[in-house]
Design a protein around this ligand. Structure first.
Ligand code: NAD
Length: 246
């Protein structure tokens, strides 16, 4: 049984969807969770649920694409909780479109949030973890990193997250810090529910298990990677997708 008592976890994009599921799970396992997001009210709502369940959490507003705000998130957590044990980079957006029609803004916004946003928190958090010689970093990539029609921007950013994860895992291994990436397949969240119904059904048909995943399916994997039991696992890219990518 995983017990994260005494650990502090930062989860970005934790107001809803996967991030919310991850925050609830880590709090359930006794971690103190900093629920970070752009959306103030929804982030407060996640905190409220955690507290009602007897857990400990607080919220922090942060746009991960903004380097100063990302540093602010890490500094705030260290100053209020003395430490960051677990960093989960979950915040992400999609702005889908075919490559030949994709405008510069569509490209840049997705790269700024989904890739630069991960660098923006990892850099200050890894400085802190290096000093403590311990830590867990878990980055949310996507099955789309292998290439997906209409997602040149998103796939490129998520492939970048894999490269960033693997490089950081090598740089930080001697400091007892693990860095891993998770590639969710097709998970039932607002992001996927914004698809047209027909496209949703087509995606579900592509999942060998015949159903979309739940945020908790991803959260369970993160709970394990955050635990002491996973201390020798680093640089891995783990699919959580009901067999969608093998
Ligand atoms: P979602 O849209 O439901 O939630 C994303 C959260 O991130 C929201 O709370 C949003 O406010 C926050 N966010 C967006 N931009 C931000 C920014 N700049 N700074 C801070 N917070 C920001 O999406 P989701 O489905 O829960 O996806 C979460 C992560 O999982 C994303 O990185 C996404 O790419 C990845 N993912 C999702 C799926 C899926 O099937 N849902 C599959 C693979 C990967």
């Amino acid at each position: 049984m995983v017990n994260l008592e005494g650990k502090t976890a930062v989860v970005t994009g934790a107001a809803r969807g996967l991030g919310k599921g991850i925050a609830l799970k880590l709090a359930d396992l006794n971690a103190h969770v900093v629920v970070s997001d752009l959306q103030k009210d929804e982030a407060e709502n996640t905190v409220e649920i955690i507290r009602q369940n007897g857990g400990e959490a607080n919220s922090y507003l942060c746009n991960v694409a903004n380097a100063e705000q990302a540093v602010g998130l890490i500094e705030y957590t260290i100053s209020t909780h003395n430490q960051i044990d677990i960093l989960v980079n979950n915040a992400g957006i999609n702005r889908d479109g075919m490559l030949h029609k994709m405008d510069d803004e569509q490209w840049q916004q997705v790269l700024d949030v989904n890739l630069t946003g991960v660098f923006n928190t990892m850099k200050p958090a890894s400085q802190h973890m290096r000093e403590r010689e311990r830590g867990r970093i878990i980055n949310i990539s996507s099955a789309s990193w292998l290439g997906n029609i209409g997602q040149a921007n998103y796939s490129a950013a998520k492939a970048g997250v894999v490269g960033l994860t693997k490089t950081a895992s090598r740089e930080l291994a001697k400091k007892n810090i693990t860095v891993n990436a998770i590639c969710p397949g097709f998970i039932d969240t607002d992001m996927t529910r914004s698809m047209p119904e027909k496209a949703w059904e087509t995606m579900v048909e592509k999942v060998p298990m015949g159903k979309p995943g739940d945020p908790e399916d991803v959260a369970n994997c993160i709970a394990f990677l955050s635990s002491n039991q996973a201390g020798y696992i680093t640089g891995e890219v783990i699919n959580v997708g009901g067999g969608m990518v093998l």
